[in-house]
Design a protein around this ligand. Sequence first.
Ligand code: HAM
Length: 419
Amino acid sequence: MIKAITGTKDILPIDIPKWKYLESIVESTMKTFNYKEIRTPIFEETALFSRGIGESTDIVSKEMYSFVDRSGTSVTLKPEMTASTVRAFMEHSLGKQQGLNKLYYVSPMFRQERPQAGRYRQFHQFGAEALGSHEPLIDAEMIILAHRIISRLGLNNIEIKINSLGIPESREKYKIILKEFIKPHFEKLTEDSRKRFDTNILRIFDSKADNDQQIMKDAPLLIDHLDEESLKHFETVKQILDKAKIKYDVDPKLVRGLDYYTHTTFEILSSSVGAQSALCGGGRYNLLAEQLGGNPTPAIGFAAGIERILLACENEKSLNLPEDNIDLYIVRMDKELTAEAYELSVIFRNENINVELDYLSRSVKAQMREANKLNAKFVLLIGGDEYAQKKLVLKNMETSEQIFFDINDLISIKEKIIN
Ligand code: HAM
């Protein structure tokens, strides 16, 4: 039997209410903050991501689903949305229409990572990108927005980490200092970290290997080498968060896995989901639009992993979803009344009442069992002596009350069901 591809997951009907609920919280919170939805294609030209995210990042160097299509173009299933959003923003000159574009998305993403709990090859993100403002206010808003959504989902065991990566000039100067510090320990680093020494030295801070962590414990920190402007920006972001009573920790070792960041970066972590604890990550990327051939556009955004958030919700039992139910189950007592029962279902469905009935020639008892299983609020019985007397019986499944209606009085039945 053919099975789903490793690292992908079917979302079955039983799980859909959780997804819909999360999506409704995302949508309504984005609306509160006036973010507008954007949808971009599932695949893009590979160059968009390799140039945008950075050749030396894990995503670009080993995780992208890239292939050459029949016309010879290298295309890639999107591993993230920031580069795609910036591409769409530039392609449609959204910046000319509006000084600040506040956009959000909910979409599948693709990365060929080693699958484990909370880490998939097709996963889903919701996120937001604000393009056009330098103001620290929007940095803080992005963190407040992500935090608001996560809080509305009832998650408690969370931690917000923030950092500033400053501007490339101060970062380049700092990298020389960091290189000098690491050089005497170079041979003791893991192979991965030795590779990063030349390609992406900041990412050595991300290494999980004990040895590397031991070495990096005393490393000089970028935050101590930031230029004045960057420090001022970061201070203002913190002040706004303080005023909004958002608790956070400054983590000077927080370097994100994508190359486009400048200034503020942040992650929201959960202690309820095991090793893959980052529910959400983001930051400022003031140079990305230029790097992709557009006009300079200051911007900031975040993305959150839906599977991980739902896992945290499940472990914290934070979602109180209403029970699934239907309005009406039509029980037909005589097989000969199948057509009449169906005709009634059509009439009620046209009135936007949720109706189910039997398609399996089941006995009355089995139909009643099904009505219970589906949590039907009402059952409409058609058949028997009552039907001979031109009556239908509506049973309230909660109170067991039975009301008799004239078979032509469907309006009264509808009103009883709706009210
Ligand atoms: P990211 O940190 O690569 O950032 O991903 C954001 C979130 O997506 C992670 O915190 C995690 O919850 C989820 N995620 C990532 N990879 C996987 C996976 N393989 N399986 C399940 N969940 C995963 C970005 O994608 C940036 N585009 C965020 C951003 C937006 N920065 C600025 N704007």
